[in-house]
Design a protein around this ligand. Structure first.
Ligand SMILES: *Cc1c(COP(=O)(O)O)cnc(C)c1O
Length: 400
């Protein structure tokens, strides 16, 4: 762990464009020519390193981004996709077939929850949802049919932290593939270094960071990535959630500033969380000593990147939450929008938006209260000034 720095691994890659450009050239082609018919056959059979056939399988631009993201997570290989869901769903479909079982954290991204609960179940794959912080319950949920243990490093939106190292031991003991969605904590946490078999990101969030595109990636062993891309049996190849080359080139450029952005997101969120907690608002942020997983998380992170940019405030009721968000948007403190990782702060009420796939009584059971506002704290230059402006909104609406 000591000598592993994900940002240095990205920095150490060197690319030259076709004409010596400092950025690699973009391959703006869906299909590729061959000088000989024999080479085409071999490429189709997967025998030709460095040859391209058709862009749903591979393109030079996508392979550059794959390589950078594999370096970031410390895995052998990676495969980018057109969205985060376009990485999660083929990965799970590749790992599981009829009769198989998944044990998943119950506090996961709403789309993933809906996929496991309502979609993959149609193909005979059942999921048991568990409280990921209770290791004994997880072990009790494992059956002889279980193939996958699934969680998010920091869960959406409750910011529960998964003990990746201990979960990976449970997965190994029962011969499960341990899949971790690390979207909330790129660079901060390196799940593969802590024992995860497969690490997934929605690139849409921090990694691209400019809210201009969707994207996703699966980082894993070379064998698993090859299986996803297999022309006869690979879920990514056959379902076709392929990222476009122009987009992968633009995500790659944004990836280069990720380390600087993560530090600022974390600094700003830590600052605001400390202030609002002191003001007496129910604040959830993993960087606060009051957070139930603070010590665990502190032991897992690459410290220079901090505890991330996600924070929740509970302002009491849904009406208050809505009023606070509307006023903050009117004062240009951010946008009332789902998603995260933008330069501006984004806020939403998870119960009515990103977690609305989760039935109401289940939301309450897991502590998703009506007055909860989820914040993705932006890159604001003067966070003290932002704090004063946010506080003025809360005072005006009698939350404070
Ligand atoms: C947004 C998100 C996803 C889905 O990614 P898309 O790019 O929207 O498909 C998956 N997991 C987490 C944790 C997310 O925040």
């Amino acid at each position: 762990m000591k000598n592993f720095n994900p940002a240095d691994n990205i920095q150490d890659l060197q690319y030259f464009g076709e004409f010596g450009g400092v950025n690699p050239s973009i391959s703006d082609s869906s299909t590729y020519t061959f000088l000989s018919a024999k080479t085409m056959f071999d490429t189709f059979e997967g025998n030709m390193e460095g040859c391209y056939l058709y862009s749903r399988h591979s393109s030079p631009s996508n392979l550059y981004l794959d390589k950078a993201l594999a370096a970031m997570e410390g895995t052998e290989a990676a495969n980018v996709s057109a969205s985060g869901m376009g990485a999660i769903t083929p990965t799970l479909l590749q790992l599981c077939g009829a009769g198989d079982h998944i044990v998943s954290s119950r506090t996961i991204y709403g789309g993933t929850y809906a996929f496991l609960k309502n979609f993959i179940s149609r193909f005979g794959v059942q999921t048991t949802f568990v409280d990921i912080t209770k290791l004994d319950l997880i072990e009790a949920a494992i059956t002889p049919q279980t193939k996958v243990l699934y969680c998010e490093t920091v869960s959406n939106p409750l910011l529960e932290v998964a003990d990746i190292a201990r979960l990976s031991k449970i997965a190994k003991k029962h011969n499960l593939t341990f899949v971790v969605d690390n979207t909330f904590s790129p660079l901060s946490v390196s799940p593969a270094r802590l024992g995860a078999d497969i690490v997934i990101h929605s690139l849409t969030k921090y990694i691209n960071g400019s809210s201009d595109t969707l994207g996703g990636v699966t980082c894993a062993s070379r064998i698993f990535i090859d299986s996803l891309k297999n022309v006869n049996s690979g879920a990514s190849m056959l379902l076709g959630p392929t990222m476009d080359s122009l987009r992968s080139a633009s995500v790659m450029k944004n990836l280069r500033t990720l380390h600087i952005r993560m530090k600022q997101h974390s600094y700003n969120a830590q600052f605001l969380a400390e202030r609002f907690e002191k003001d007496g608002i129910k604040t959830v942020y993993p960087g606060l000593k009051s957070h139930p997983s603070h010590e665990l998380y502190a032991g897992m992170i690459n410290p220079e990147y901090g505890f991330g940019g996600m924070m929740t405030l509970d302002v009491g009721t849904l009406e208050k939450a809505n009023a606070v968000m509307e006023l903050m948007q009117a004062r240009n403190l951010g946008y009332l929008a789902v998603s995260l990782g933008f330069y501006k702060t984004l806020f939403s009420a998870p119960g009515t938006s990103t977690s609305s796939e989760i039935p109401l009584e289940e939301q309450h059971e897991m502590g998703l209260t009506d007055g909860l506002i989820r914040f993705s704290i932006g890159l604001d230059n003067d966070i003290e000034r932002t704090y004063q402006m946010m506080k003025a909104c809360l005072v005006e609406l009698t939350v404070l």
